[in-house]
Write a protein that binds this ligand. Sequence first.
Ligand SMILES: CC(C)(COP(=O)(O)OP(=O)(O)OC[C@H]1O[C@@H](n2cnc3c(N)ncnc32)[C@H](O)[C@@H]1OP(=O)(O)O)[C@@H](O)C(=O)NCCC(=O)NCCS
Length: 154
Amino acid sequence: MNDDVIIVPMSPAHIAAIARIEAECFAQPWSARSLEEELNVPSAVFLTALSGGEVAGYMGAHHLGGCAYVCNVAVARAFRRQGIAAKLVRAQTAAAREAGMSEITLEVRHSNAAARALYEQSGFEWIGTRPRFYSDPTEDAEIYTLTFGGGSNL
Ligand SMILES: CC(C)(COP(=O)(O)OP(=O)(O)OC[C@H]1O[C@@H](n2cnc3c(N)ncnc32)[C@H](O)[C@@H]1OP(=O)(O)O)[C@@H](O)C(=O)NCCC(=O)NCCS
């Protein structure tokens, strides 16, 4: 656990570093421009994890129709297994709950064991599969949801 980590709203100063993390993690990374556009989207809640002032990871979601949809979560390789993604998930979950959302939901590649373990450990429930949802490479998506009904286990 890294106690030196703080979670803050994503700001223009974080964009270049987050785009580098995206490129490190994904075959189809979000560009700096796409990330920057999210700063002006009213439904967007994008959070940055700072470790000793350095951008270590981020997590984005949209609050739409009473539900929080997670777009992405990524942590730079150098900062992994320090509890940073778990902290981002807790912060997004708290933001969704505070905004009055009824649930927070996401899709993850079937083969992404690290992310699936992260969500399961964070209290999300597997609710189904979207066949062939992803491309490059083609793969099923697993859907995970955390519903805010009368208190959660977070
Ligand atoms: C998935 C990812 C965000 C996890 O980030 P992280 O900061 O290393 O995760 P944490 O340290 O907060 O780990 C929390 C829990 O997730 C699970 N986990 C994280 N990495 C794991 C791994 N490599 N293997 C198995 N479980 C893992 C564990 O349950 C872990 O708890 P533990 O450390 O007590 O065992 C990171 O590996 C990443 O950025 N991957 C590439 C991008 C990606 O796949 N994003 C998800 C898209 S849906």
